[in-house]
Each structure stands twice: as structure tokens, then as C-alpha cells.
Design a protein around this ligand. Structure first.
Ligand code: SF4
Ligand code: SF4
Length: 252
């Protein structure tokens, strides 16, 4: 399912879910990094030794939940937007979910948004508890969600998804309206749309837009997403200065 649609299946989710007793104890990182890619900022950012040292740069991160404080440092440096912080100790019926968020504008603290699952489908109403603007790092939006949705809500929408000005590919600024126009013109795979529009070619390499584009193609053509062609997955990229390559300058 992950390779076909970009959406993890239940076995994938079970594998990265912290034990219930740990989620109920306080904030803890949920690392939804499902593929071997050359990337390790989560390990280097963690000051608490909770993310184990990588033997190979392609390893998937392994976390010691008892050492994790839920500080969120790893979330702010993960180029794949793959890390969330879940806190089920918040109240009897509600949990906090910290979400990496790179869109603008940021939501207002106290406002209500629509909580979306990993497929981008609405699953609940959520309230914005806190917005943390991070300099040169990924911003964090903390949502209050129903406790039973703490392992479902992984993004949110501030407005009706059917608004054609909604940005689908945030790296390249491609809107829902532009994607729909391309599908109507005959571009019917994620790869075709990627090549004509650059959607999915930015730093995140389609981390969020590929499922949304597939949903639009599926809606238009009546296909099932699992029967559709997926583009080649590539790791997210992090731009660095030429000086670092040329002269050994350290990347702060
Ligand atoms: S949330 Fe903090 S303590 Fe937990 S793994 Fe991430 S950086 Fe380490
Ligand atoms: S994509 Fe994120 S979670 Fe995966 S290895 Fe890189 S920094 Fe860690």
C-alpha cells in the first residue's frame, strides 16, 4: 500500500505506534519514516539519546520511547515531515498532536480546523492550541483532538478542500485548480502531472502532494488508488550552500 499510494497500511502504523501506556504518560515522538533513505537529522537533533545512532545513513530511525521527552526538536528538522508528537495525558477525552507545518498563513491559536488523516480525509474537528514559528526550521502547530484520533490526525485544513486555490504542492506552489485542469487536459498519472507542472519535484519530493494528486486522478477517472501508477520515490532534499561543498564550511 505504501509503495502504491504513499499511504502506510495498518501494519506500518502498528510498527511505529508507541505503546498506549507511553502515550498516556506524556508527549512522545511518533516517527513515521517508513523507507530506507540517506537521512539522519532526527538522530543528530535529539539531545536525549532517544533516537539510536544509525549504523548506516540509510537506516530507518529507531526510538527509545522511555528516553523521549517529546521536546519536538526532531520534528523541526525532519525534511520528510515524518515526525509527530502525541500527548494523550492532556485531558480525559482529548489529546495533543504536534504537526510539522510548512504552509502560510499559519492558523490562529484558538481557531478550529478540520483534522485530516494520512490519506488527507477529514476525521474530526480540532482546535489549534499553539503555533510555534521556528527560524529556518519547520513550524509546529499543536492541535487538540479527540483522544481516539491521536494516531489518525496527521495534518489539517483551515478551509474547504474543494477551494480550487488550495495549494496541493507547497514546494512548487501548484494549486488544486491547476492539477484539475491538467487532468481534464489528459494528464492521468502522477508522473505526467509531475513532469508538466513540477508538482512533487521540490525539496519534499512529493511527500504530501502525490496522494492528493492521485485522489484527484482517481475521482476524475473512477480508478482505485491502489491500481494506479506511482512515481519513483526519492528522499526529501535539504538545500545547502555551495560554500559547504567547496570549502568545508559547517552546516549550522
Ligand atoms: S521528541 Fe525530543 S527527545 Fe523525543 S526523539 Fe525527538 S528530539 Fe529526541
Ligand atoms: S526523514 Fe525524518 S524521520 Fe526519516 S531519517 Fe530523515 S529526519 Fe529522520
Amino acid at each position: 500500500m505504501l509503495i502504491k499510494t504513499g499511504v502506510p497500511d495498518i501494519e506500518d502504523i502498528m510498527e511505529i505506534t508507541p505503546p498506549k501506556r507511553r502515550r498516556e504518560k506524556g508527549p512522545v515522538a511518533v516517527i513515521e519514516c517508513f523507507q530506507r533513505i540517506p537521512c539522519n537529522p532526527c538522530y543528530t537533533a535529539c539531545r536525549f539519546g532517544a533516537i539510536k545512532e544509525f549504523e548506516d545513513i540509510n537506516d530507518r530511525p529507531k526510538i527509545d520511547y522511555d528516553k523521549c521527552t517529546g521536546c519536538g526538536l526532531c520534528l523541526t528538522v525532519c525534511p520528510g515531515l515524518a515526525i509527530f508528537i502525541v500527548d494523550e495525558s492532556y485531558s480525559e477525552k482529548e489529546a495533543l498532536v504536534k504537526i510539522p507545518y510548512e504552509f502560510l498563513p499559519l492558523p490562529e491559536e484558538g481557531s478550529f480546523v478540520i483534522g485530516l488523516n494520512r490519506e488527507g480525509k477529514p476525521v474530526c474537528r480540532a482546535q489549534v492550541k499553539k503555533v510555534q514559528k521556528m527560524k529556518n526550521k519547520t513550524n509546529i502547530v499543536t492541535l487538540v483532538v479527540p483522544k481516539e484520533r491521536s494516531m489518525d490526525v496527521r495534518s489539517f485544513s483551515m478551509k474547504d478542500y474543494d477551494d480550487e486555490n488550495t495549494i496541493i504542492c507547497r514546494c512548487e506552489g501548484i494549486t488544486l485548480g491547476e492539477v484539475r485542469k491538467l487532468i481534464q487536459e489528459g494528464y492521468r498519472t502522477v508522473d505526467e502531472i509531475k513532469r508538466i507542472s513540477r508538482a512533487g519535484m521540490g525539496p519534499c519530493q512529493g511527500r504530501t502532494c502525490r496522494q492528493l494528486i492521485m485522489q484527484e486522478i482517481a475521482k476524475f477517472t473512477g480508478q482505485k488508488m491502489e491500481d494506479m501508477l506511482m512515481p519513483t520515490f526519492r528522499p526529501p532534499t535539504k538545500p545547502i550552500k555551495l560554500g559547504i561543498i567547496a570549502g568545508g564550511e559547517s552546516d549550522e
